[in-house]
Design a protein around this ligand. Structure first.
Ligand code: TXA
Ligand code: MG
Length: 341
């Protein structure tokens, strides 16, 4: 067991002392969880095999699922990527720092464990000041998967990280709730056309504006290209059922039916009225932004009330909504949908 230090930082102007202490841990091969604009990451020196190995152990992550390498400036990109195609330059100019991860040919100096033996490396320059300052102070690319136990919802607050990884990592930088709430978009630039391996806050449409045609490789026949998407993901412990295009009345009836077998939690934007002690609801705003911001913490909170089933109301699958629905479909073991619009 490690003594996990939790240090609060000002999200916009992280304190120098906290950043330096965290950077020192990274340089010495330790593990630091830190906020990014998407979700909290579990950081380790990406160029040090032993520290990267600790990341896999702490998360219980399968070794065939590669990590994203986070950089603090463009110079660091050349330390991990063998070549940077023009498309990568264009995307970086437009979306970095920010929630976009690009997959490029890797340099041999990047440990095999980071890339799970692939010839490619995934790279992202985060925008969150704490993340950027930490990487720059550590002066090394930082490998950082989401800071959750493998298979659990990604953490959007320090308390989520502590619940999953307390005692297993050296430090948590607590920079409050993350701004976006779901993970970065992952785009593979080693294929022509480039392929989206994981939808995220940067939409397919806005990527296409920069690089032209973009393939959607998130459908099942492409899953082998994005190792992480093969694994079961984002799941709370309870059974999760996704509700698509149902009216508040239909939702109410489904809830009432399920309440006969045990406690039910409903997460969604519709007003569902039910007088029952065993019924809990978590009301979300109806935009993709509202859902992205709150969905993981809602799933975690729902799990704590030990329901027999968590019902999650879907949203429109367009633009940023596509990333949210991707996460909800992964979390859910079944879907109840209505065909009407
Ligand atoms: O927003 C994010 O991306 C967060 C924050 C912390 O930056 N990180 C994150 O990391 O979500 P993780 O490990 O939970 O997800 C990384 C995803 C996985 O689906 C993984 O398979 C994929 O990126 N990936 C990493 N390296 C890859 C590679 N070389 N080729 C294809 N996919 C890769
Ligand atoms: Mg993850």
């Amino acid at each position: 067991m490690l003594d996990t230090t939790i240090v609060k930082v000002d999200p916009e102007h992280p304190e120098r002392s906290a950043i330096n202490a965290a950077a020192e841990i990274i340089r010495r091969g330790g593990l630091v969880a830190f906020p990014t604009e998407t979700v909290y990451g579990l950081g380790a020196d990406a160029m040090n095999t032993e520290s990267v190995e600790r990341v896999f152990v702490a998360k219980g992550r399968p070794a065939d699922n590669p990590l994203i390498v986070h950089i603090g400036d463009r110079e660091m990109l050349s330390r991990v990527a063998a070549n940077v195609p023009r498309q990568a330059e264009l995307l970086a100019d437009r979306f970095w720092p920010g929630p976009l991860t690009v997959v490029l040919k890797r340099r041999l100096e990047v440990p095999e464990l980071v890339t799970a033996g692939l010839a490619t490396v995934a790279v992202r320059m985060p925008k969150n000041p704490t993340a950027v300052e930490l990487i720059r102070a550590a002066d090394t690319p930082v490998a950082a998967p989401s800071a959750n136990t493998s298979g659990r919802p990604s953490p959007t607050r320090a308390a989520h990280v502590a619940a999953d990884l307390g005692g297993l990592i050296d430090m948590i930088l607590d920079g409050g709730t993350t701004r976006i709430g779901i993970e970065s978009t992952v785009i593979d630039l080693t294929t022509e056309p480039p392929a989206i391996l994981r939808p995220g806050w940067i939409t397919r449409e806005s990527l296409a504006e920069v690089v032209g045609r973009v393939e959607d490789a998130t459908t099942t026949q492409h899953l082998w290209r994005s190792p992480g998407t093969r694994h079961r993901h984002y799941t709370p412990r309870a059974r999760v059922v996704l509700l698509e295009r149902l009216s508040p009345d239909e939702i109410r009836r489904i809830c009432a039916d399920l309440l006969k077998i045990g406690p039910v939690t409903f997460i969604g934007h519709s007003a569902v009225q039910l007088m029952d002690q065993s019924f809990t609801k978590v009301r979300l705003g109806c935009t993709a932004g509202d859902y992205a911001h709150s969905i993981y913490s809602a799933l975690r909170a729902a799990d704590e009330t030990n329901p027999v089933v968590i019902l999650v109301e879907g949203i429109d699958d367009q633009n940023e909504g596509a990333a949210v629905m991707d996460r909800l479909r992964r979390a859910a073991s079944e879907t109840i949908a209505s065909e009407k619009g």
